[in-house]
Design a protein around this ligand. Sequence first.
Ligand code: ADP
Length: 191
Amino acid sequence: MLNVVIFGAPGSGKGTQSDLIVKKYGLVHLSTGDLLRAEIEKGTKTGKLANELISKGSFVPDDVIIEILNKNIDLYPTAKGFIFDGFPRTVVQSEALDSMLKKRNIKVNVMLNIDVKTDELVKRLLIRGKTSGRSDDNLETIQKRIRIYEEKTLPVMQFYDRQGKHNRIKGDGTMDEVFAEICTAIDKTKA
Ligand code: ADP
């Protein structure tokens, strides 16, 4: 099993790189953002809550996210591994992921931290906002998401650092350059 956590600020390219990783390594992609947007589409109770919080740039509560993820892992009993995208975003979620995986006798093998400068993040998200139709890709919400990322999500980096799983990836190169660095980090853990 190969379980990857892809980590980075909003706009760092997690989704794009996840697609490339899925193609090359055959992992199941679990993006909490995508799962929440699917709940919104379906109009579920969770979707209604998520809709309100996401458009404000706030986080969905840890227990809600943890339950969604737990359910989704079980949908893929034959998976070769998972790529967790947008999760964990808080230290509580990191601890929950560890115990969720431990129960299934698996673990996170590698954490990829896609590092991009704040100016570049804002620029990319504003461009994406022109076509994404996402309620959170506007300047005010983008700035708030980056602020919350720094406050709540950066400590997750230290969590994986302590476990020796943290790999910093230079995220401002071309898509292929970033992917090449990612593959080096993944292959190193498999060797
Ligand atoms: P981005 O990385 O661009 O912010 P995502 O699609 O990963 O985009 O997430 C969009 C929004 O969904 C977040 O701003 C947050 O409101 C909510 N969300 C996604 N994942 C989580 C999570 N693990 N914990 C709390 N909220 C989450």
